[in-house]
Design a protein around this ligand. Structure first.
Ligand code: ADP
Ligand code: MG
Length: 688
């Protein structure tokens, strides 16, 4: 007897090649097919009279053939004129047809056609409808339930997948499908089995508008299960990590008191709270994995410094990894400024060092002389050996693949404490679903005295007006970023376009020092340019988006972004965060290509109206989906089977409750649930 856990290859007529293809959709068993849900439905449950047909409606009609005609132009067409029993007319148009098809269409025969209603010159039309000639005894199109339309992959037709799903549904009827949530839902929701049956073939009296908006209770039943399962999987990872042992730091405030005295500002309450949360973790022998978030300029760096000096107090090493050379270099400067007075030795590693420099740094790290190690990806190369690494801090974590982050933690003798920092505030719904394995600390307060950056949208046609503005700012002794977000297809064209902008700016601002920084420069060249900019030797820095993250030059007070409509909101907010770091009023000009679409206008307006990174990230999530914010880290959240964390955010709380319940359930049940919903190959959660 077939069972729901059978592999799909057991289906008659489904061969190895097809099976491989379906595997790519995450479909391995009949159960997976049952969970392969329709993306939409066609309604062939009733025949619509032509008098009720509206444009763009997808409907089933029944009518009789009045006349056939072939237009013999270069693009041959077969026209079939029909009328229904109330004498309303419609024209079928076929652009591809064969002789056999034409001959079957005979005056006086009655047909059922399903398709989209269009308006032609002479009235209603359908192009290439699905049809059956019922007076020739072809089986009618009329169906008792709504017709599901499934997501496909190449080489697999709608009809085939329908057939396999239907077969699996037959097997489902006689199988037991483990319903792990039955006890928890306590009859408040339909059973899993009936929910699945209904969603594959909704009856015609089912509320289709609810199904269309994913608010049907059967959908909610599945959405909750899927969300809960993703969260469960993350909670399991977290639990496994907490089961490991690491070095518990003995908290000591000697160095932190010194640090507090040496900085010329007071910590905000939010910063102090985050430092305390981190310290509590560090004092425990359970390895910390904490996400530190805060808006641009909220002061995450100093919080990280307080964490790493606890490692130093305990005579352990701490490493800070940044995604780019520029950022790593910047950290080196900042941290040096804070740590020098405390006599803490820092080592620095990056890809552009020569052998001699590198050897020196490696020996500092290996001997344990350097307590703080700062660097890029270079940190986790094989040749790097730490003496006793106990704390890892990852900046801009979304720029790293999970595996890269893990390779660094493997440099420790046991699982180290980890602090990951994000430059982009993460909306709550995303934190709940994609980062449930992390504890989070949020700096939800900016240092006092920060002025909001004034944001202006400007058509690129008015670019010339910016010249005098830039000269004025420079004469006042302040600096400017000009960001080219290049829209050309090829690298060559992009370079050319940036060159053009650069030349334009140089020609019009001959009295200023205008320098361009871009991806094709060597690391050394880039660093030297950034240093010149920091030291005020450059008035106007023309850049591709390399300055996107982290750079801190408080004297820069004007930021101009070209083609701003092309960038994500969170990204624009990041860019904007490069100015407004000093006490001077700063301006960000978002230049756009005219004319601006309504959608693009709405997006730029959000930025004009708000400086709140959390609010902006939420809007970005709604407009562009989770992938944009999560970056290169794959979490599976962006490719769920039925749930969508933006649309279904209102169910997250309930899902959270179920996932906590499931965490207490039997291990086999947990694993079966995860196996049902999560394609391991596509998903890489934080591990360790
Ligand atoms: P981000 O959170 O974007 O990484 P940084 O850590 O780079 O922000 O801090 C931005 C600027 O704010 C730095 O110049 C830093 O010295 C300053 N800063 C940090 N905390 C405070 C504070 N509590 N009061 C005043 N300035 C602060
Ligand atoms: Mg930063």
């Amino acid at each position: 007897m077939p069972s729901i856990s059978d592999p799909i290859i057991s289906i008659k007529g489904l061969g190895k090649k097809t099976s491989d293809r379906l595997n790519q959709l995450g479909i391995h068993t009949l159960e997976h097919l049952v969970f392969h849900l329709p993306t939409r439905y066609q309604d062939k449950t009733s025949i619509t009279p032509l008098s009720d047909a509206g444009i763009h409606d997808e409907i089933l009609i029944e009518a009789t053939i009045d006349r056939i005609e072939v237009i013999p132009s270069r693009q041959r067409q077969l026209l079939c004129y029909l009328s229904d029993n109330q004498n309303h007319r419609i024209l079928l148009r076929f652009f591809h047809f064969n002789q056999y098809q034409k001959q079957a269409l005979i005056r006086g025969e009655t047909m059922q056609c399903f398709g989209e209603i269009k308006i032609g010159r002479k009235g209603l039309e359908m192009h290439h409808p699905e049809y059956r000639i019922i007076t020739q005894n072809q089986s009618p199109l009329l169906e008792p339930t709504l017709t599901p339309i499934y997501p496909l992959c190449s080489g697999i037709s709608q009809n085939k997948i329908k057939q396999w799903v239907n077969y699996s549904l037959e097997v489902l009827k006689i199988s037991k499908l483990d319903d792990y949530f039955e006890k928890i839902t306590q009859q408040s929701m339909p059973s899993l089995k009936s929910s699945l049956m209904l969603l594959h073939h909704p009856e015609k009296d089912e509320d289709l508008s609810k199904i269309e908006s994913f608010k049907h209770i059967s959908q909610q039943r599945l959405i909750i299960e899927e969300l809960a399962t993703h969260r469960l999987s993350l909670l399991k990872t977290k639990k496994a990590r907490k089961g490991k042992k690491t070095n518990a730091f003995i908290l000591n405030n000697t160095l932190s008191d010194k640090l507090l005295n040496s900085i010329d500002f007071n910590l905000t309450n939010a910063q102090s709270r985050c430092i305390k949360e981190i310290n509590d973790d560090l004092a425990s022998s359970e390895p910390m994995l904490r996400l530190l978030q805060g808006d641009v300029g909220s002061g995450k760096t100093i919080v990280a410094v307080f964490a790493l000096i606890q490692a130093v107090e305990n005579n352990f090493q701490a490493a800070i990894m940044a995604p780019t050379e520029i950022l790593a270099r910047q950290h080196l400067q900042n941290f040096t400024q804070y740590l020098e007075s405390l006599n803490i030795q820092i080592a620095y590693l990056s890809g552009s060092q020569n052998t001699q420099e590198r050897r020196e740094q490696l020996s500092l790290i290996e001997s344990g002389k350097a307590k703080v190690v700062i660097g890029t990806h270079a940190l986790f190369q094989d040749s790097v050996n730490f003496k006793d690494l106990s704390l890892v801090i990852i900046d801009e974590q979304h720029k790293f693949g999970v595996h890269q982050r893990l390779s660094l933690t493997k440099k420790a003798n046991n699982t180290p404490h980890q602090l990951v920092m994000t430059a982009t505030p993460i909306p709550r719904s995303l934190t709940m679903s994609a980062y449930a394995d992390l504890d989070t600390s949020i700096i939800d307060e900016l240092p006092p005295g920060r002025q909001a950056v004034e944001t202006i949208a400007l058509s690129n046609l008015r670019r010339d007006e910016l010249i005098s503005k830039m000269r004025k700012i420079s004469n006042e002794g302040r600096q400017i970023y000009w960001v080219c977000t290049l829209i050309e297809e090829s690298e060559a064209l992009r370079a050319e376009s940036a060159e053009k902008t650069f030349k334009y700016l140089k020609d019009h601002l001959k009295d200023l020092t205008v320098v361009m920084i871009h991806g094709r420069l060597t690391k050394v060249e880039k660093e030297s340019i950034m240093k010149d900019f920091e030291n005020g030797r450059i008035n106007l820095l023309v850049a591709t988006t390399v300055i996107e993250v982290g750079v801190n030059v408080p004297n820069a007070s004007l930021m101009i972004v070209e083609n701003a409509e092309r960038l994500g909101l969170a990204q624009l907010h990041q860019l904007r965060g490069r100015v407004g770091r000093g006490s001077e009023k700063s301006i960000c000009i978002l230049m756009y290509q005219s004319p601006l679409s309504d959608y693009a206008k709405e997006r730029l307006d959000i930025l004009r109206q708000s400086n709140d990174g959390f609010m902006i990230a939420q809007k970005d999530l709604e407009l562009r989906g989770p992938g944009e914010i999560l970056g290169t880290q794959q979490t599976g959240i962006a490719s769920m089977k039925i749930a969508n964390i933006v649309r279904d955010a209102y169910l997250l709380k309930e899902a959270g409750y179920y996932s906590s319940k499931m965490l207490e359930a039997r291990l086999e049940s947990q694993n079966a649930l995860i196996n049902r919903w999560i394609d391991e190959e596509k998903t890489h959660y934080f591990d360790a």
